[in-house]
Ligand binder design. Structure first.
Ligand SMILES: *[C@@H]1O[C@H](CO)[C@@H](O)[C@H](O)[C@H]1NC(C)=O
Ligand SMILES: *[C@@H]1O[C@H](CO)[C@@H](O)[C@H](O)[C@H]1NC(C)=O
Ligand SMILES: *[C@@H]1O[C@H](CO)[C@@H](O)[C@H](O)[C@H]1NC(C)=O
Ligand SMILES: *[C@@H]1O[C@H](CO)[C@@H](O)[C@H](O)[C@H]1NC(C)=O
Length: 433
């Protein structure tokens, strides 16, 4: 049956006692699709002897190391003795992960619209690098079994180093035959055509920075790395929460007003992604009001630009997230041209030098680490934003560069990887008193 520790707090010894959870029973009751029903009928039969035995001895069922999902909303993990099930509510699929030493692993294979099965731990895997944060694999220490990537547009020094040294091969994202040589192929775009070994990893759809980071536990189930995932997430979360507390104490009378702005095809607008607004709040800032962020401003329309300039005059910190083909070429002068301003003296965020971009770490002049490393380590983004909102001049930011000071980008260099691929990357913990 489905086992989870979600209903029980960890005991002092750190051991968990699994229980049949209400949500798991709901999961089983709602299995109306024929394939899904078959799946659970199979489970029920398979597990019956174990259940009877457990009831007779009243002994707790022993499962392996487990992860408990605390913050993320878009996936759940259920544990059995020799298997686990991830329910992914972004792609609507259940991933049945069977331990390689179980009888089930030999007999069972599912590849339907709603269920896929994998034998774990995975012996190797490949990644469709399009919008895919590979840094999660680094934190888990799994680079040794990463054998294929679909492009070298990656912002991790150590993945690039393995690629350059030949231990990771370049594969075509559409060549199903080539991709079938990997035990699993991880993707982030669930709209594409999928083979049986494709597994979706979609942290970006979550609402908050911590929820996105907790997807490390999702990946860890495929490799039995739950303990590592728990340790990483706990460290990241503790640091994030500590920084949030410090940020809350930094505000004097009024919080700094923050605007994430974006220029595209002649139009300025404000970003509304909830994780960005959450970052600004957690770093001690205040987001520009909802009633204003709905508007957009056409640079060819002088009235529009008057309105936009008026709003910018009220803002303390601006984050310019305008896409740049070559981030290094995006300078203060580019921003001023885009907002159609020659005289910058009337904007407080410019005179106070509080104009930032999140493209500080760049590979190959084009790929930005904001879309990878920043997702798995949100505590670093938070620390950057605190420096942006409450400058000390003492903190060296990771992802954000101060455009008002024309701060340059940092080029990611595979030579800077000093770890062996099998050594996990430790999360960077920011000093927090
Ligand atoms: C739990 O994790 C530890 C440390 O990674 C490992 O030694 C142990 O074999 C794991 N136990 C199970 C049942 O997977
Ligand atoms: C991946 O592992 C499977 C199963 O162990 C093996 O058959 C396959 O050759 C491996 N593929 C690569 C690219 O290493
Ligand atoms: C912006 O304004 C110009 C001039 O009025 C107009 O031609 C253009 O279509 C507008 N752009 C958009 C995206 O609405
Ligand atoms: C910078 O750091 C030093 C030593 O850590 C500290 O004494 C000083 O107050 C800091 N300066 C600012 C502006 O916070």
């Amino acid at each position: 049956m489905c086992l989870t520790n979600a209903a029980k707090p960890l005991s002092k010894s750190g051991k968990e006692t699994p229980v049949l959870s209400a949500s798991c029973r709901r999961l089983m009751a709602s299995s109306v699709l024929p394939s899904l029903s078959f799946f659970f009928v199979f489970f029920t039969l398979y597990q019956l002897p174990l259940q009877a035995e457990a009831a007779a001895k009243a002994a707790p069922v022993v499962v392996g190391n487990i992860s408990k999902v605390d913050d993320a909303e878009l996936f759940h993990i259920y544990y059995g003795q020799s298997f686990k099930v991830i329910k992914n509510s972004v792609d609507g699929k259940s991933y049945l992960l069977m331990q390689s030493n179980s009888r089930m692993a030999v007999r069972t294979k599912y590849c339907t619209g709603r269920i896929k099965s994998f034998v774990v731990p995975l012996s190797n895997y490949s990644v469709d690098t399009t919008n895919f944060p590979v840094s999660f694999f680094e934190l888990l220490g799994l680079l040794e079994s990463l054998k294929g990537v679909t492009s070298e547009q990656i912002t991790s020094e150590c993945v690039l180093k393995s690629y350059v040294s030949g231990s990771i091969q370049l594969v075509s994202k559409t060549d199903m035959h080539q991709l079938s040589q990997f035990t699993a192929h991880f993707i982030s775009n669930v709209e594409q055509q999928q083979a049986c070994n494709f597994a979706a990893f979609i942290p970006l759809d979550e609402r908050t920075p911590l929820q996105r980071a907790e997807w490390i536990k999702y990946l860890a189930t495929f490799t039995n790395s739950e303990l590592r995932a728990n340790a990483v997430y706990d460290a990241v979360k503790e640091n994030y929460m500590c920084l949030t507390k410090v940020a809350a104490s930094l505000t004097t009378k009024f919080k700094p007003v923050v605007a994430w702005v974006d220029y595209s095809q002649g139009i300025w607008s404000f970003a509304k992604e909830s994780y960005k607004l959450q970052y600004a709040r957690d770093a001690g800032g205040e987001n520009i009001d909802d009633t204003i962020t709905d508007n957009s401003y056409n640079v060819s329309d002088p009235d529009d630009m008057d309105n936009f300039h008026a709003i910018l005059c009220t803002v303390d910190v601006v984050i310019d997230q305008t896409y740049a083909l070559q981030p290094a070429e995006y300078k203060l002068s580019t921003f001023l041209e885009n907002i159609v301003v020659e005289d910058d003296s009337r904007f407080g965020f410019l005179t106070n030098q509080r104009l930032w971009r999140y493209d500080k770490r760049v590979y190959n002049s084009v790929i930005v680490d904001w879309f990878d490393g920043a997702i798995s380590q949100p505590q670093l983004v938070l620390a950057d934003l605190m420096e942006a909102f409450f400058p000390t001049g003492n903190y060296s930011t990771t992802y954000f560069r101060n455009l008002a000071k024309d701060e340059a980008v940092i080029t990611i260099d595979p030579e800077l990887c000093t770890r062996s691929p099998s050594t996990p990357m430790d999360p960077t913990i920011v000093h927090c008193q």
